[in-house]
Write a protein that binds this ligand. Sequence first.
Ligand SMILES: [Zn+2]
Ligand SMILES: [Zn+2]
Length: 438
Amino acid sequence: MKVYCCERNVTSLPLDVEPLVACTHCDLIHRDTALPAHGQALCTRCGAELYGAGTHSVDHALALALGAAVLCVLANLFPLIRFNLQGVDATTTIVGAVWVMAQRGMVVLAALLAWAAVLAPAIMLSGMLYVLLPLRLGRRMPGFARAMRLVRAMQPWVMIEVLMLGVLVSFVKLDKTGAVEATAGAWLGVALMLVLAGLGVAFEPRMVWRSHDALRVPVPPDVRAQACPDTASAAASDLAVCKVCGLISGAHGGGQRCARCGAALHLRQPQSLSRCLALLLTSLMVYFPANLWVIMETESAFSVRQDTIMSGVIFLWREGSQDLAVIVFVASVVVPLLKILALGVLLACVRWQWPVPRVQQARLYRLVEIVGKWSMLDLFVIALLTAVVDFGSMAAVRPGPAAIAFGAVVVLTMLAASAFDPRYLWDAQDSGLKGRHG
Ligand SMILES: [Zn+2]
Ligand SMILES: [Zn+2]
């Protein structure tokens, strides 16, 4: 159930009895409203989610985090796929695929795969357990805020669902050549994917911070008691919103740290637009080699086949897997280009005030954030095929030079999206902030 939060009218209630929430996407300040069970508070201006109903407890999040941690270990121990070619068996785990890539000299690619499929989930889950276990026992742990920041930083890089789709695509590609079956690791991976999805909902930072605050005496100073002018956005009221824990503090010209979690406070992310533009231009430069060069080489006893991303899509289509061909085409060709174009349009909207309705701009940014990681699909497929199809001169798969360029496009566009501060989109509308773009 979705509930639109009330926009704060400063004159209606004294600030010291009215908890405030600022939208991290457009900076509008709202009154903290109680929600029905499973409700979701949305920003009245841009539609972004402000917070959930808080129906999840530390116990609930902890149970899911423990389950995910166990599944994460098991899914990495067991092979994902078994492939049989003329009586010869081959299997691979994800760590095995990373190892094979590294041995073939594709160290950068191997590191990227290890990061997205193993390290980022492991670090995120460790951070969550470090935070939740002591909370459950009613203890305060040193480094709580740092662990929360780490969890938040890891979340966009956890790509188990993309890996599982990669297993499915590899399955279809191998099916025509020999006997292929999904093994324990693949099923454990699917279970891990589902538990992580549940954990993503249950681990509400707001709920975790409140549970932590309840143990803490005294509660850090809050801006609620401060007077602020009757303006729409936090920045226009000289209030800074912590991106990690959501606490609103007086900005006092900037440069200080959040009283609750210690994160650096900025009215807007410093150099957001110039960093985003630089990353975007670099990703556009690597986008062309990524699509034109060979991304995968398949060698058999009789022939050597070289595929670009597009010829791989056509191959899937001709083999009768039209649905997967469409998925790979969207993930590998459309999504990266869409991200580059969309961020380019958003930068132009901020710089030259392009006449795109602001709510549409906000939606476009949220779309870019959501679809980002799915471009990793092709890289997971290549890694799995490289590891499992390794029969010497009989059959072998090798990654081509485009694979590294493609990996660079994925990483650069993800970094560009996170560098862009969407609150700039609304600044021209909010009075009092003109001339602060950085
Ligand atoms: Zn908003
Ligand atoms: Zn904070």
